[in-house]
Design a protein around this ligand. Sequence first.
Ligand SMILES: C[S@@+](CC[C@H](N)C(=O)[O-])C[C@H]1O[C@@H](n2cnc3c(N)ncnc32)[C@H](O)[C@@H]1O
Length: 269
Amino acid sequence: MTSLPKGTDISVQERRYPTTPASMRSFLNAFFARHFFQVQDSILQPEAFERFCNLLRKGEVNIVDIGSGPAVASLAVLDLINAINESGYRVRSNVNIVQNDSSAVCLQSSTNMLSAFRRRTGGVCVIRDPICIDVPFPDSLTQIRRISSFIGRYDLCFVSYVLDAFKKEMTHGEIGLRIKELLGCCADNGLCIILQDKFRESLIRQAGRLQGASVHKARLTQKVYDNENSNAEQLYTYFRTTVMLGSESEDHGVLTRFCLQKKALMRCF
Ligand SMILES: C[S@@+](CC[C@H](N)C(=O)[O-])C[C@H]1O[C@@H](n2cnc3c(N)ncnc32)[C@H](O)[C@@H]1O
């Protein structure tokens, strides 16, 4: 992040949707950690986590991330795999990552950050070079489909903090239908996580409803280093929809907080 230029007048819009190196720095400062931990928090819910562990056991995991930004969701997944490995349970999985973002700066940063992660961790997982699609969603669906025809269906699908951007181009109903099309490229036992902040509740509720999944209001407390570096705690509220693909049940609502407990891991590996 220190290699990115400091911006003086970064607007709220630029910070949320970075298109320059300076606004990327600002995004990383303001949102990266928040969204990263919300992705992990969503995966760590009992039913989702069990499915996640089963996917890892397959030996090959394909991730598709729409509006990927600087690889936020993929890095959250890789960090979780690392944590599982460090706890003594060896996960030997090849990871294919498909990043879709309409901003070239985001795709460049995501590639750099994934390379840095790979260098730093080494790990037992083979993280292949990410495949980047710069065509905006939903036009990107053609490429997403084509890629899945040679790497295989997607096991993990993320739509994190991008619904609001879609709203400028599509109606709520259309967004839901396009996400449904995206889920058509996902594996039967796959997992799709949609996240959005508390200010876009109706948008995520509709998107979730159209996928037959309920939406949950979640709270996550994080330590943040503010300008005074005072290590303050902040409580963030967000909404998540977890779609369990191919599942009999339509509603996977009652998911409670879950941690990387040895017992849970033992069940899965
Ligand atoms: C708020 S950021 C979220 C980034 C990341 N998913 C996260 O959770 O932190 C939204 C991202 O979506 C991208 N984006 C906006 N509209 C898009 C579209 N139609 N298709 C693909 N990406 C889009 C922006 O460039 C930006 O990187």
